[in-house]
Ligand binder design. Structure first.
Ligand SMILES: CC(C)(COP(=O)(O)OP(=O)(O)OC[C@H]1O[C@@H](n2cnc3c(N)ncnc32)[C@H](O)[C@@H]1OP(=O)(O)O)[C@@H](O)C(=O)NCCC(=O)NCCS
Length: 174
């Protein structure tokens, strides 16, 4: 039986080991890591899937933003990585993790503008993520446009660059 628990209950080393098993060795060079560089994950949206006392899957989500040329920043929640141990992929764990994370985001009002880089055949089919509003987005590295996905009523369909959520501090008036 699989139990979904807050990821804070799981040792960081176990999460890293799972990500190493689920992804290719160069995972830290992925564009998604650059988009959330320096950010702390949103703890309320991070979960682990425990099976027989072992971490079988994990999901994380991060503060990110889309910044227009004029500096206007749109807050986004960046979802990922979503990882399921290769030994148990295809048994519904990925869907359980994503469903739980989306429910938690809805409860605390963070489901208005979510993004992720992933296969639309999975994230579109089960969770309604699409590339419909992301055509004008750019990322700090190459991303296949069809894999740049978003979900939510507040997703901005404007031209901008994805990056960490850095809060702009206004200069004091002189
Ligand atoms: C992608 C991933 C999270 C899916 O989780 P999972 O627990 O294996 O998948 P689920 O059991 O929830 O769903 C299984 C269904 O999704 C489909 N599916 C799984 N991954 C898919 C993908 N990348 N593209 C299209 N369909 C996919 C399966 O074919 C299956 O369909 P079926 O029910 O019609 O047979 C998992 O396979 C994984 O960790 N992959 C490696 C890491 C990765 O690529 N993560 C995503 C990017 S952040």
């Amino acid at each position: 039986m699989v139990e979904i628990v807050p990821l804070g209950q799981v040792a960081d080393a176990d999460v890293e080991a799972l990500l190493d098993r689920a992804f290719e060795p160069g995972r830290r060079a992925r564009v998604s890591y650059r988009i959330r560089a320096g950010m702390t994950p949103i703890a309320a949206l991070c979960f682990g899937a425990m099976e027989a006392g072992r971490l079988a899957g994990s999901i994380q989500a991060w503060p990110a933003s889309l910044v227009e040329d004029d500096g206007r920043a749109w807050p986004l929640v960046m979802v990922g990585p979503v990882a399921v141990d290769p030994a148990v992929q295809g048994s519904g764990i990925g869907q359980s993790l994503m469903t739980r994370m989306l429910a938690a985001a809805a409860e605390i009002g963070l489901d208005g503008a979510m993004t992720l880089i992933g296969d639309p055949e999975y994230y579109g089919r089960f969770f309604g993520f699409t590339a419909d509003r992301t055509a004008k987005w750019t990322a700090p590295g190459p991303v296949e446009p069809r894999r740049l996905l978003a979900r939510g009523a507040d997703v901005p369909a404007v031209a901008g660059m994805l990056g960490p959520r850095v809060v702009a501090v206004a200069e004091p008036a002189r």
